[in-house]
Design a protein around this ligand. Structure first.
Ligand code: UTP
Length: 297
């Protein structure tokens, strides 16, 4: 029987340059979609998938992230005294149990692969998940839960994948497909940001992974790849070359690239429209803005 996936790594040590100047002092992962930080969506998704240990790979300037996961006894007390039970419940739902969450420093931004490698001692010899909080996925069944279910049927490395148009393929890691089984796709390779017209398929890798400890062994080699960074994709390819399967998984849901301004804005609108307390006013406002914009052109 293979081991269950109970640990997840959240690599959040990147500099978030696309959101400067905000990210000068605010970690990108704390920025909010409506009223919840990106990282809260990632934690909720991981919990739904059965994750029990949450490992954050952080860097200098990410203190606000650690504070966010602390309990806030004073705030709780004030809300209790004022009888604001609804807010109190919201606040408590974000509390983490002692020992559930760990922080590891990545001292230099040497790449996503390197960030994952920094957490190796906390993972040990078992399969683990990697979640990039930049990728927010709206789904009926949370994406990582879908992937854990797929992993339980087909143990191996599993990367979340989605179809992208030809002209967008060069912005992603693209899967080279061996066998297409529908939701699950076995692969013979992965190409990081292929030159236009050379992508082996339209299936792009996004920020959810279930990986075997072999990937950590491969990362031990500290092989420098594209962009002068230690790439997670290279280590996953390395695991394939030892005979392990690497599957792409077509998840059900909509992924928002909240690492980009356009994706972040789209997610903000979509998540606000999904809320009963905001939908009507926002919809009226959006119609009016679009009409005014059309008239001005
Ligand atoms: P990105 O490529 O989006 O980089 O990293 P970034 O620094 O977050 O943002 P930009 O491009 O400068 O705006 C993808 C994920 O990998 C993590 C990031 O924190 C993000 O979750 N990462 C990247 C690390 O943890 N360490 C690294 O050295 C690089």
């Amino acid at each position: 029987m293979h081991r269950k996936v109970t640990k997840a790594i959240f690599p959040v040590a990147g500099m978030g340059t696309r959101f400067l100047p905000a990210t000068k002092s605010v970690p990108k992962e704390i920025m909010t979609l409506v009223d919840r930080p990106l990282v809260q969506y990632a934690i909720d998704e991981a919990r739904a998938a059965g994750i029990k240990e949450f490992i954050f790979v952080t860097s200098r300037g990410k203190g606000a992230l650690e504070d966010y996961f602390d309990n806030a006894p004073q705030l709780e007390q004030t809300l209790r005294e004022k009888g604001k039970t609804e807010l109190l419940d919201i606040l408590k739902s974000t509390n983490m149990d002692s020992g559930e969450i760990a922080y590891m420093r990545q001292h230099k931004p040497l790449g996503l692969g390197h960030a994952v490698w920094c957490a190796r001692r906390l993972i040990g010899n078992e399969p683990f998940a990697v979640i990039l909080p930049d990728d927010v996925i709206a789904a009926e069944t949370p994406c990582l839960q879908q992937m854990v279910e797929a992993f339980n049927e087909n143990p191996g490395n599993i990367v979340a994948a989605m179809e992208v148009p030809d002209d967008k393929a060069s912005s992603y890691g693209i899967l080279d497909i061996k066998d297409d089984m529908g939701d699950l796709v076995s692969t013979k390779g992965m190409v990081e940001k292929p030159a236009p017209g050379t992508a082996p398929s339209n299936l792009a890798v996004i920020g959810r992974y279930i990986l075997t400890p072999t990937v950590l062994e491969m990362l031990n080699k500290k092989q420098v790849g594209a962009g002068g960074e230690i790439q997670l994709t290279d280590a996953i390819d390395g695991a394939r070359s030892t005979g392990e399967e690497v599957y792409g998984f077509r998840f059900k849901g909509h992924r928002y690239d909240c690492g980009s301004k356009a994706g972040f804005l789209q997610a903000t609108v979509a998540f606000a429209l999904a809320r009963d307390d905001l939908r009507d006013d926002l919809r009226d406002f959006l119609y009016a803005v679009v009409e005014a914009d059309k008239a001005a052109r």
